[in-house]
Design a protein around this ligand. Sequence first.
Ligand SMILES: NC(=O)c1ccc[n+]([C@@H]2O[C@H](COP(=O)([O-])OP(=O)(O)OC[C@H]3O[C@@H](n4cnc5c(N)ncnc54)[C@H](O)[C@@H]3O)[C@@H](O)[C@H]2O)c1
Length: 252
Amino acid sequence: MKLTDKVAVVTGAASGMGKQIAILYAREGAKVVVSDLNIDGANQTVEEIKGAGGTAFAIQTNVADEADIQTLIDATVEKYGTVDILVNNAGIMDNFEPIGDIEDEKWDRVFAVNTKSVMRATRKVLPIFLAKQQGIIVNIASAGGLYGARAGAAYTASKHAVVGLTKNTAFMYAEQGIRCNAIAPGAVETNISSTMTNINQFGISRQQLGMAINPRTGSANEIAKVALFLGSDDSSFVNGTVVSADAGWSAY
Ligand SMILES: NC(=O)c1ccc[n+]([C@@H]2O[C@H](COP(=O)([O-])OP(=O)(O)OC[C@H]3O[C@@H](n4cnc5c(N)ncnc54)[C@H](O)[C@@H]3O)[C@@H](O)[C@H]2O)c1
C-alpha cells in the first residue's frame, strides 16, 4: 500500500474525481477526510470506504468559506492528529461565458470556489507541513488551466490561477519537504455539468470546436490514479508540475 497511515483531506469528495480519489487513497491505507458541501454525498463516500475496510470521516465544508476551511483542518487534526496530504479538488463550472458576457457575481463565485479555496486551504495546512518539514498538496486544475477555450473566461482564468499557485507554492517551500503539483484533466465523466445553468450559446459554440479533436472522455478513477501518484512517494522528485490527463487531447 502506498499511503499507509497518511492523513489525507480531499475537498469535493462527495462526487466525481474527489470521491474516487478518497476511495483510492483509503484503499491504499490513508485515513481520509471526506469533505464536501453536500454532506449526504460525503457520508455516502465514507460508507463505501468503511464498507471496504478503510478509515474515513465526512465533514460538511463550503470551500468558499474561510471559517469552514479552518474547521475542516482543525477537525482533521483533532480526529487524526495531523495532515499529510491535501487534495484541493472541489470546483464548479462557469456557463461558458466569454468576457463580454460575464457578470461580477458569477466571476467572484467561480474564483471563490475554484481558486481562493486553494489558497486558503493550502495556507491553513502550511504550519502543520512546516512543523514536520513534510507535506503534499495536489490541486485539481484543468486543461482549462493551461489552454484558452476549454470553458468560459471565468473558469479558464480561475484554473490558470490554480496552476500559478501550484508552481509558486512548490518553489517557495521546495526546501522544506513540501511538494505541490496539479492535475489538468481533460473531459471527465462526472456530475460537474450540474453546476451549469443557462449556458452561453456563443461561448459554447466556440468551446465546442476543440471537442472535435478530443480522443475520448475519461473516468474519475483515471484521474484518481494520477492523484495517487502525486500524493505518494512514487512522485518524490516531482514538484511544481502540472500533469495532463486527457487522452492526448492537448497534444495536438
Ligand atoms: N469533469 C471534468 O471534465 C473536469 C475537467 C477538468 C477539471 N475538472 C475539475 O475537477 C474537479 C472535480 O470536479 P468533478 O468533475 O469531479 O465534479 P463533480 O461535480 O462531480 O464533483 C465536485 C464536487 O465538489 C463539490 N463542491 C462544489 N462546490 C463546493 C463548495 N463550494 N464547497 C465544497 N464542495 C463543493 C460538489 O458538491 C461535488 O461533490 C473540479 O475542480 C473541476 O473543476 C473537471
